[in-house]
Design a protein around this ligand. Structure first.
Ligand SMILES: NC(=O)c1ccc[n+]([C@@H]2O[C@H](COP(=O)([O-])OP(=O)(O)OC[C@H]3O[C@@H](n4cnc5c(N)ncnc54)[C@H](OP(=O)(O)O)[C@@H]3O)[C@@H](O)[C@H]2O)c1
Length: 340
């Protein structure tokens, strides 16, 4: 018996065999961290199965997407912003099946196939089960298996909220997407094209074909060209890199344009000096927007690109790959045995 299950029994005061069996049946497997650190702090272990409260839904996780925020949280970069408690389950991209619903949940029923970005201040989806609020949930795209659906939520929502909510992208506008081959970038590129924008996107040599497959108007190989020599009079820059890339991006914007960053708040003074708007975009969960995104996927307008699928047991490798900063599209962890 694992120490975790022993702890559950001790905590609940269970002494009879019946109660012990019940405590064991409420356990699940999860990847948890007990302190901040490198990939070695990711532990595959028993954890208590969460219970949905009012307005919440318990999901049987089939697959969990991996995002850079996962290793950033693991390393402690978010500790001053998010009140995480240990042990913590990482992973804020999920596709799975509704297993239980809390009181007051009206839009979902047991057995529904759903996907979500759970609240990143709470436990995530590197586990057999996770709890999300009804407002964070949508039916997954019908046309995608869970593995592919789990690649969508966080990255596609961030791209949607940056381009449509913050920048209010209009047809005909010129958009520059840094890292058009990345998790957020490959959705942003497709969403901007769907809206009727003229899209420039950057990536290294090996990802130029991918940019073209996704419909880019002008692919820029940042290892061979300076993006500011190619992209000019830009209405919206989506900065997913920061640092020097962000600094050099001011010069490509037209007056009245907007620099959006996902990684580093852009300087308000600099924005004023060059006559543009600047915004840091912090994505947030939204079941309603995920439902819109599912429609676009089912109509063939938007597709996830998957770099690789790994079993949950290879989560450390998944983090190392994500942390390299050079995967294309998404990494997905397979949680439940399935055909994909
Ligand atoms: N604020 C928010 O709400 C929010 C939400 C989501 C993500 N983020 C952040 O946004 C960043 C991007 O996230 P992501 O999921 O898209 O990351 P990702 O998938 O890991 O991005 C990898 C991609 O970046 C490209 N790349 C690396 N260096 C580049 C450069 N100098 N110029 C252009 N492309 C470059 C790589 O292409 P090559 O291999 O071809 O170089 C690769 O395809 C992360 O820091 C993440 O934490 C923030």
């Amino acid at each position: 018996m694992s120490r975790t299950i022993e702890a559950i029994i001790k905590h609940t005061g269970a002494t009879s065999d019946k109660k012990s069996a019940s405590a064991i049946s409420q356990a699940m497997k999860a990847i948890r961290i007990h302190n901040y650190g490198g990939p070695e702090v990711l532990q595959y272990e028993d954890a208590p199965r969460p219970q949905p409260q009012a307005g919440e839904v318990l999901i049987r996780v089939h697959a969990a997407g991996v995002n850079p925020i996962d290793w950033k949280v693991r390393e402690g970069h978010m500790k001053d912003f998010w009140p995480h408690k240990f042990p913590l389950i990482l992973g804020w991209d999920v596709s799975g099946t509704v297993e239980e619903i809390g009181s007051g949940v009206s839009r979902f029923k047991i057995g529904d196939e759903v996907y979500s970005v759970p609240d990143p201040t709470r436990n995530g989806a590197y586990a057999d089960y996770t709890v999300v609020r009804e407002s964070e949930l949508a039916l997954k795209p019908n046309s995608l298996h869970h593995i592919r659906a789990a690649a969508v939520p966080l990255a596609a929502l961030t791209a949607w909220q940056a381009l449509f909510d913050t920048a209010q992208l209009q047809p005909g506008e010129r958009v520059l997407i840094h890292a058009g081959s990345g998790g957020v970038g490959h959705f942003a590129l497709q969403l901007a094209k769907w809206k009727g924008a003229y899209v420039f996107a950057t990536a290294s040599t090996k990802n130029q074909d991918l940019l073209r497959e996704l419909g880019v108007d002008k692919a820029i190989d940042y290892t061979q060209q300076r993006f500011e020599d190619v992209a000019r009079n830009i209405d919206i820059v989506l900065d997913t890199i920061g640092g020097e890339t962000q600094e050099r991006s001011w010069s490509v914007l037209k007056k009245g344009g907007v620099l959006l960053s996902l990684v580093q708040p852009p300087s308000e003074e600099k924005a004023e000096e060059v006559g543009v708007r600047a915004a840091f975009v912090a994505g947030h969960p939204s079941g309603a927007q995920l439902a819109e995104i599912a429609k676009l996927i089912d109509s063939g307008e938007l597709k996830p690109v998957i770099d690789r699928i790994l079993p949950l047991s290879e989560v450390r490798r998944a983090h190392e790959l994500s942390q390299s900063g050079h995967t294309h599209g998404k990494i997905v962890l397979r949680v439940k045995d399935q055909t994909s």
